[in-house]
Ligand binder design. Sequence first.
Ligand SMILES: C[S@@+](CC[C@H](N)C(=O)[O-])C[C@H]1O[C@@H](n2cnc3c(N)ncnc32)[C@H](O)[C@@H]1O
Length: 297
Amino acid sequence: MAGAPGHVPVLLHEVLHWLAPKDGGVYVDATLGLGGHSRAILEASAPGGRVIGFEWDSQAATIARENLAEFADRIQIVPASYVGLQDELARLQISGIDGLVADLGVSSLQLDAGERGFSFMVDAPLDMRMDKSRQLDATGLLAAVSETQLADLLYYYGEERQARRIARHLVQAREVEAIVGTKQLARLVAMAVPRKYHPHRVHVATKTFQALRIAVNGELENIETLLRTAPAALKPGGRMAVIAFHSLEDRLVKQAIEQDVMLQALYKKPLEATEEETRKNPRARSAKMRVAERRYS
Ligand SMILES: C[S@@+](CC[C@H](N)C(=O)[O-])C[C@H]1O[C@@H](n2cnc3c(N)ncnc32)[C@H](O)[C@@H]1O
């Protein structure tokens, strides 16, 4: 399977099937990561297809550049947020694209690199910024929010039913000692939630980590901007494939496709990974892909 070392692209066959990259086509990879999906699109659209790949994590962008070196004349890596899609396409004098893929969420690089602070599996400073130039990291956020703000954030971004309990405990704990580490946070969340409410399959702090990551990176606002700007960037008949990893993301994608008069959904229920893919790549377990086409009129 095509893919960059260290990160297996999810739903790759499905992305290729629905985008059907062609020679001479212009494609946007809104979330380049390590370049797995881009590589496959470049291969499928050889010899003349182009990819514009956005990646705001400079570490990932550097690795993607190395991974895709053989396609250097056909890929343009934009080391910035995809929220600048419209401006970037105008700058490159591209008036319409044939397809766009957005593989939302965290890359294996970010999760596995313990020092980035995304995971409670490794003890590290609580950072969680994908784009290191953003001002506020998770430590700063946890120090700055009020108890109510924190509870709301955990409830809405983490869909955490124990949000109030956790917020109260974290605010009390930070009076004693600043919350600065991944394991420290995971321990505090475990202490805040009575044992009987601990989930069986996942760590009790999973939703808290998701909520903080979404808040630190402004993820939902960014996705909303992408969903607002991408349809106009597509040529008539051009397609966008968006892969979501949790219900908040998928809801935004579903609503945007339903409500945008420029778009036509290509199927109703989101596509999910096959059992075989999930076995080989556990990250694919929660992936849901929706594809829409820009209408001709
Ligand atoms: C799941 S990974 C993509 C993996 C990629 N499809 C591959 O096969 O290697 C998501 C990537 O999107 C990037 N990302 C998330 N939000 C972004 C944004 N607003 N602008 C640019 N990149 C973003 C993350 O830094 C991360 O590297």
